[in-house]
Design a binder for this molecule. Structure first.
Ligand code: SDX
Length: 428
């Protein structure tokens, strides 16, 4: 196997080293390209550029493989719990019973947030999108835990910051929803498991104690596992680059929430349901929307379809599609939007436009149907994605810090004006 590539430039030959990962992925190491050849590379959207070496998540877009620390997503979704997967992603190994109990108890002791968070929350109008509120509340944690501002503190202190992030995000997420509904916030109940505690904070009221439904908490547990990490996606890369400036974990997570919000990324799960609802309102004419998605003059995209890496089925979409059927059956819900989603998928997968571009359903295509069945309102869907993705962001931030990665600062190719003399205003 080649260990280097040759490049001919200005009549001279140069060699660049090729490195190979544990799954035989190979990369040209261009660290010396500028110093030796005075060249940089250009790769808009980093479609072909590796930003780091990472041992957290492996995915193979051609084969539809996704593994967290070597464990297959299919097995983890079926057999594990969200907190166990969070431990695996952050610390690198599946916990034994004692380790998992300590991790779980540690988290359950830190679910409460400072009472002053409510004053911050009250500053947001009720029509604030919960993702905007959540990002601000996460950033505000630096005010209540000023030691978290320094990412160079002891590993025990860093671990305390990590535990608080995992413990408090469900509370902040549920409170973002309560702000949206202009309902009083519900405090966490540490006797409940992670998912039950969150659902209860979302749906309980002073006059109504939400009855935990195991079907719902089991489905949520599976969804959070499926969203937990996905290597160098847009929001994880954001968390890494913000953290590379030695910004705090909370500031880096807040930046990740902002990146995830976009409809091309985590915001797609909200956009999918809005698209399916529009198709339903227009009489269920899926062919019309397939044509719109193919029409280059139309900005409409089939939301929940396509992926930067997966050029075959997103393995998470397969699992979520089955879970959607199971949850709706178990809850006795007949959601016409699920039928529309399945018809849309069938037509798209048989259409040459989608087939030639390897556009398949991704993680966001069916997840909103389950969130809806769980009673989660549409503009909370991306908050649910953030709840799932948190351990992945933490694991990526921690790996970047432990590997002492340099500050992220890409180069550019300048295409603006060459030097020109300043003219006084009456000369212009
Ligand atoms: C997530 O990166 C991750 O890992 C993300 C994620 C994670 O877990 O973190 O998996 C979560 O973000 C999933 C993706 C959710 N987004 C959507 O569902 C939005 C709809 N999909 C897209 O906009 C698009 O597919 C992306 C953004 C997901 C990927 O875009 P790329 O890789 O930049 O591909 P592209 O835009 O260059 O598209 C290639 C071609 C283009 O057509 P041509 O120029 O070749 O003619 O495919 C077309 C695109 O127009 N295309 C679509 C399409 N997606 C791509 N056409 C119609 N509908 C779509 N959904």
């Amino acid at each position: 196997m080649e260990k280097e590539v040759e490049i001919k430039f200005n009549g001279k030959m140069y060699t660049l080293p090729v490195i190979k990962g544990t799954e035989d992925e190979m990369a040209v190491d261009i660290s010396k390209l500028r110093s030796d050849l005075n060249l940089i590379t250009l790769d808009r959207g980093y479609k072909n550029t590796g930003s780091t070496l990472s041992s957290i998540t492996f995915l193979d877009g051609e084969k539809g493989i996704l593994r967290y620390r070597g464990y297959a997503i299919e097995e983890l979704a079926e057999k594990s719990s969200f907190l166990e997967v969070a431990y695996l992603l952050i610390y690198g190994e599946l916990p034994n019973k004692n380790e998992l109990d300590n991790f779980t108890n540690n988290i359950s002791e830190h679910t409460l947030v400072h009472e002053d968070v409510k004053s911050i929350l009250d500053g947001f109008p009720s029509n604030s999108h919960p993702m905007g509120v959540l990002g601000s509340l996460v950033s505000s944690l630096t005010a209540f835990y000023p030691k978290s501002l320094d990412p160079n503190r002891s590993s025990d202190e860093i671990n305390g910051t990590i535990i608080r992030a995992i413990a408090k995000l469900p509370t902040l997420a549920a409170w973002s929803f309560k702000n949206r509904m202009r309902q009083p916030v519900v405090y966490p109940d540490n006797r409940l498991d992670y998912c039950s505690n969150f659902i209860r904070m979302m749906f309980s009221l002073p006059t109504f104690e939400y009855k935990i439904n195991p079907v719902i908490t089991k489905a949520l547990n599976k969804l959070l596992i499926l969203h937990a990490d996905h290597e160098q996606n847009c929001s994880a890369s954001t968390v890494r680059i913000v953290g590379s400036s030695h910004a705090s974990l909370y500031a880096s997570i807040s930046a990740g929430i902002a990146a995830l919000w976009g409809p091309l990324h985590g915001g797609a799960n909200q956009a999918v349901i809005e698209m399916l609802e529009e198709i339903k309102q227009s009489g269920g004419d899926v062919d019309k929307y397939i044509s719109k998605a193919k029409d280059k003059s139309d900005p409409f995209r089939l939301m929940g379809f396509g992926h930067r890496v997966y050029k075959s089925f997103d393995p998470r979409a397969k699992i979520i599609k089955k879970a959607a059927h199971d949850v709706l059956d178990q809850l006795g819900i007949n959601d016409p939007v699920l039928d529309i989603a399945m018809r849309l998928e069938k037509v798209a997968l048989n259409d040459s436009y989608f087939k030639t571009r390897n556009l398949y359903p991704n993680v966001d295509f069916y997840s909103g149907i389950i969130y809806r069945a769980l009673g989660v309102p549409t503009d909370m869907f991306t908050v649910m994605f953030a709840l799932g993705r948190l351990p992945g962001w933490i694991a990526q931030w921690k790996e970047m810090r432990e590997n002492n990665e340099p500050i992220g600062r890409p180069r550019q190719v300048y295409t603006g004006k060459n030097y020109r003399k300043y003219l006084d205003i009456n000369q212009r």
